[in-house]
Every structure is written in structure tokens, then in C-alpha cells.
Design a protein around this ligand. Structure first.
Ligand code: FAD
Length: 298
């Protein structure tokens, strides 16, 4: 199933991101996590590509397991900057052999020790998106950055980049994580103004580990609002308290997004199901009523 079709009959989608464990680690642990996440009825689970020290084959193996072993729709992330056209073609063939219909098309980051060839075959995600659109057979998603790329805040450049991605064939946008909903609302207004009407799924990461959140904020440019900064500082030596406070913060963030009519929530699970369970439990009724209203209004 193409994930773009979810938006034809749902007002709110719920999805999760997983990353594949390292090659040396058995997949049993992540399979348990997927089984627990399945109980939460996600609309899809996305699987990162080559990130977190995992091999690319592992990404395909995990995406395939989500779809074929657990029967959950999946979105396979795919990066292109370090790939040749031939490598991408081989990967796309494998994804199709594994019944994977959805791709999050990304440029990817250049690893520190990677020597870039003189003639790059891909320069940006746009190149990959155009190629996927020509090939046909996949629903194409692309990344969006509500606070600008790497926090550059050059929102006009960001909108132009999104315009290009959508014009090439991106049908769904999934955002970088953010902790400040207002940045997402401002971003959505800009998209509306520039007539970018593609469904936008909001990326939310529960802030339950201070060092991780500071590192991710530094890498991604996601700003940390004062209220969250206070929680991270206050409970830095009390993991249990931070777990609780961070889960409440994320639940409030999700609840506010849903109340504001967001089309989808994509939870960055860090491969842990417990926190996600708590967040979704806290918005269970809201979630039900949103989709009930959309179905009953036909
Ligand atoms: P692009 O769409 O090519 O562009 C990125 C940004 O660069 C644009 O948003 C724009 O602001 C800016 N830009 C575009 N053109 C220009 C230009 N000409 N000059 C200057 N700036 C320009 N990485 C992984 O390795 N594996 C993953 O699985 C993965 N999953 C991700 C999932 C999500 C939801 C997100 C948001 C990111 C993910 N990433 C992943 C990280 C991503 O690969 C990096 O952020 C990468 O640096 C940019 O990828 P992109 O597809 O957004 O790039």
C-alpha cells in the first residue's frame, strides 16, 4: 500500500521510526520491539538506512521483516549521496522483490572517511526523487526541516528545496524532529502560502536522555525550548524522573499537534516501545475521536 493513500480516509496517521541494529547483533530484540509496537496499530513503520552504524543490507532486511513478517506497512529510507546509479538500482530491485512500496528519499550525509568521487552521480535528494518518479512503483516521501536545514533557519531556501522535491514527485513529507510546535505551525503556514499541499507528518522524539537530546539538537539544529531545557537540566542525574518528565513533554507536544489538525505523527522510537506506548496511551481518546469524526463525516 502507498502511504499517500492513508490520507484519503484518515485525518491522523501514527507512525514510528526504527533503526536496524548492528550486523553483529541478533534481530530478535528488534523483532520483540516490533511485536510490541504492532499492538499500537501504527499506520506504518519507517526503517532508517545505513544510519547508526548499520549496514545497508540490514536496513532492507528489517524493512522487509516489518512488512512481510509482521504485516505492518513500511517505509524504507534510502540515501543517495555516496551511491552510484547502479547501486541505487540494485537496492530498488531488492526493495521491490521484498514488496516494499514506500521510500523516504534522502540525500544522506557524507561519512567522515568517505572520499567523494569527482563526478557525483547524485547531488541531492531531488536527483533520487526524480529517478524514483520515472521508475514508478514506489510512493515517494521526502524530508522537511521546520527549523531550516541544520538549524540554518533559511526558510526560503527550505521552501524552494521542498518545492523542487514535490515537483519531482515527492508525495508525502516527513519532518525532522522538533521540540517547539510553534516552529512547525509557522512552517506549515509557509507551505500553505507557497501552495505546497503535500501531507506533512510531524517528527517527534521523546526527550528522555539529556546527552542524546543535546547531541541531536546540535546535529539537527532542532531548538530546545526553555521549558524542556529546564527539565533536562533538573533531572540530568535522575534518569527515572527524566523519563517521566520527557514522556509527559512529548505527550503534550503530540496532543497539541493533534488538536491543531496535524495530518500525521511520526515518533522517533530509538527502538524502544515503552515510552511510545505511554505517549500514545495519553492521547488514545483524542486519536480515536479524530479519525472517528473523519470517517463519520462522509
Ligand atoms: P536534500 O533534500 O538534498 O537537501 C537538504 C537541505 O539542503 C534542503 O532542505 C535545503 O535546505 C538544503 N539545500 C538544498 N539544496 C541546496 C543548495 N543548492 N545549497 C544549499 N543548501 C541546499 N540520514 C541517513 O543517513 N539515513 C537515514 O535513514 C535518514 N533518515 C532521515 C529521516 C528524516 C525524516 C530526516 C529529516 C532526515 C534523515 N536523515 C537520514 C538525514 C538526512 O540524510 C540529512 O539531513 C541530509 O544531510 C539531508 O538529506 P535531505 O534528503 O534532506 O537532503
Amino acid at each position: 500500500m502507498f502511504i499517500k493513500d492513508l490520507f484519503l480516509h484518515k485525518k491522523l496517521t501514527i507512525s514510528f521510526e526504527l533503526f536496524p541494529p548492528k550486523q553483529s547483533v541478533s534481530l530478535d530484540g528488534i523483532y520483540n520491539t516490533i511485536a510490541e509496537l504492532k499492538e499500537l496499530n501504527p499506520d506504518f513503520i519507517s526503517v532508517t538506512y545505513g544510519a547508526g552504524g548499520s549496514s545497508k543490507d540490514r536496513s532492507i532486511e528489517l524493512a522487509s521483516a516489518v512488512k512481510n513478517k509482521f504485516g505492518i506497512e513500511t517505509v524504507a529510507h534510502l540515501t543517495c549521496i555516496t551511491s552510484t546509479k547502479r547501486e541505487v538500482k540494485n537496492t530498488l530491485d531488492k526493495l521491490q522483490e521484498n514488496n516494499i512500496d514506500n521510500i523516504l528519499a534522502l540525500r544522506g550525509d557524507i561519512p567522515k572517511d568517505f572520499v567523494l568521487p569527482e563526478n557525483l552521480e547524485y547531488n541531492s535528494s531531488k536527483d533520487l526523487i526524480c529517478e524514483l518518479a520515472q521508475r514508478k512503483g514506489f510512493c515517494i516521501s521526502a524530508a522537511a526541516y521546520p527549523e531550516g536545514y541544520m538549524g540554518s533557519m533559511d526558510i526560503d531556501r527550505e521552501i524552494k528545496s521542498l518545492r523542487d522535491k514535490v515537483d519531482c514527485g515527492a508525495e508525502v513529507l516527513i519532518t525532522q524532529l522538533f521540540f517547539n510546535n510553534n516552529s512547525f505551525y509557522d512552517f506549515k503556514e509557509k507551505l500553505y502560502k507557497y501552495n505546497i499541499n503535500t501531507p506533512v507528518i510531524a517528527g517527534v522524539m521523546p526527550a528522555v536522555d539529556r546527552d542524546l537530546i543535546n547531541r541531536i539538537s546540535w546535529i539537527s539544529g532542532a531548538s530546545i525550548p526553555d521549558r524542556l531545557k529546564k527539565l533536562l537540566d533538573k533531572y540530568q542525574y535522575s534518569p527515572e524522573s527524566l523519563l517521566e518528565a520527557g514522556t509527559v513533554y512529548a505527550s503534550e507536544q503530540v496532543s497539541d499537534l493533534v488538536a491543531s489538525g496535524v495530518e500525521g505523527i511520526h515518533l522517533y522510537t530509538m527502538n524502544k516501545s515503552e515510552i511510545v506506548k505511554k505517549i500514545l496511551k495519553s492521547v488514545e481518546e483524542i486519536r480515536k475521536s479524530v479519525n472517528y469524526k473523519s470517517v463519520s463525516s462522509f
